[in-house]
Design a protein around this ligand. Structure first.
Ligand SMILES: [Cu+2]
Length: 88
């Protein structure tokens, strides 16, 4: 009986981690697109702003604030004129 409980607990934990990973993997995807795109920004001031926002998005992602990280990434994309492709 104890073993069954442990198995159930594990299944629940894996399901929970699974959904978190899907959400968490969105930010690095967006950040990668931003990093690729920012290289093509010719305006140096704009470029510095975008790079700052990318760093902030990375930090938010590292802190587990994925929704905020995505928002920051979208903001950076707007400034840089990059079209982000999102994973659904
Ligand atoms: Cu994230």
């Amino acid at each position: 009986m104890k073993k069954l409980m442990a198995v159930i607990a594990m299944v629940v934990a894996v399901a929970f981690i699974g959904t978190t990973v899907v959400e968490a993997s969105q930010c690095p995807l967006l950040i990668k697109q931003l990093k690729d795109g920012v290289a093509k920004v010719s305006d140096s001031k704009k470029k510095a702003d975008v790079e700052k926002m990318i760093a902030e998005a990375e930090k938010l992602h590292a802190d587990g604030k994925h929704a905020e990280s995505v928002k920051k990434a979208e903001e950076a994309a707007k400034v840089a004129g990059i079209k982000l492709e999102k994973k659904m």
